[in-house]
Ligand binder design. Structure first.
Ligand code: FAD
Length: 277
């Protein structure tokens, strides 16, 4: 177990309950990780984007939200929009990038300043075929003592290619992020070779990504509160700040940290606004 001193036990228990149990969050059969989205998760965003294209402004980060008497002004140096309501869905740690006028209530500021995103690197090694199957192996491993703690066979159904994907978390991820992508690749491939054989050393492609380096997301899988914050301020997560409403996976009561939680938070915030009108 890593980074335990930074983990709020209360938040961990609440998150586990929100998904059924700690075990349920990790299960690949009949659990939170049992289904895959054909074509990748981005397909859902792309599908919704195509439905509402004209109303969406891409590559346009909000830098200010100003609540005036009869409307809100939201935007950045290049573009601003007048609106009655704002729904903030950015992870709380990166809400710091937005200047709110008047300032947000102190409870909300405390939440924003006390939440950190976790650290995860997603690493993919792509092979011309799933060679591990030839020796009866699954392509999946759990190896708690190694820097590569787990891998799964992430090959795409219908494709000849074989893909091994690893998710590397917390301190191990922080260590690997100090290295170049080439150095990370060497470490991962050696670990795969130890388990799956020498063929693992020769992928046709290797690619990894960490949201820690993305200034608009800040990390993964979701926000973690410092100890003592959630029990005191958790109830303010969803509380509207005037005409500013809050959604996103951290604000959901169920499936926090999952896409399911995002959808549920969207439904909750839509009802919240409709009920006010
Ligand atoms: C490697 C990895 C694997 C995962 N696997 C799974 C899985 O198998 N199943 C699952 O259910 N979940 C999974 N998740 C978690 C899932 O991706 C998150 O729970 C989900 O994306 C959270 O959605 P969100 O809308 O709350 O936040 P985000 O997806 O972080 O979206 C917030 C958006 O706000 C934007 N934003 C931030 N600041 C601003 C600003 N100032 N102005 C305008 N826009 C801004 C960001 O660009 C971003 O698009 C995974 C996450 C990672 C990183």
């Amino acid at each position: 177990m890593q980074n335990v001193k930074n983990v709020s036990l209360f938040q961990a228990l609440v998150n586990a309950k929100a998904t059924g149990s700690l075990k349920q969050t990790e299960k690949v059969e009949d659990g939170a990780l049992s289904d895959r989205i054909s074509g990748g998760a981005q397909g859902i965003s792309n599908y919704i984007y195509n439905l509402v294209k004209d109303a969406v402004k891409l590559n346009c980060p909000v830098s200010f939200v100003t609540q005036l008497e009869s409307y809100i002004l939201i935007g950045n140096d290049d573009l601003s929009v007048k609106t009655k309501k704002v729904i903030v869905t950015a992870p709380l740690p990166v809400v710091k990038n937005i200047k709110f006028t008047p300032e947000l209530p102190i409870e909300k500021q405390t939440l924003i300043n006390s939440m950190e995103m976790g650290t995860v690197i997603k690493c993919n090694a792509i092979y011309d075929r799933p060679f591990w199957e030839e020796t009866g192996l699954s392509g999946s491993m759990v190896c708690l003592d190694e820097i590569v703690e787990l891998s799964v066979d992430n090959s795409v159904p219908g494709s000849d290619r074989g893909i091994i994907t690893s998710l590397i978390h917390a301190n191990r991820a922080k260590e690997l992020l100090q290295l170049s992508e080439h150095e990370r690749k060497e470490i991962l491939l050696k670990a795969y070779a130890n388990i799956f054989g020498e063929k693992a050393l020769n992928p046709i492609m290797y690619i990894d990504y960490s949201f820690t380096n993305n200034p608009w997301i800040g990390g993964a899988y979701s926000g973690l509160f410092k100890n003592g914050i959630y029990s005191k301020y958790g109830k303010y997560l969803t509380k509207p700040s005037g005409n500013i409403h809050w959604a996103g996976t951290e604000t959901s009561t169920l499936f926090k940290g999952f896409m399911e939680g995002v959808v549920l938070s969207g439904e909750r915030v839509a009802k919240e606004i409709l009920n006010q009108n």
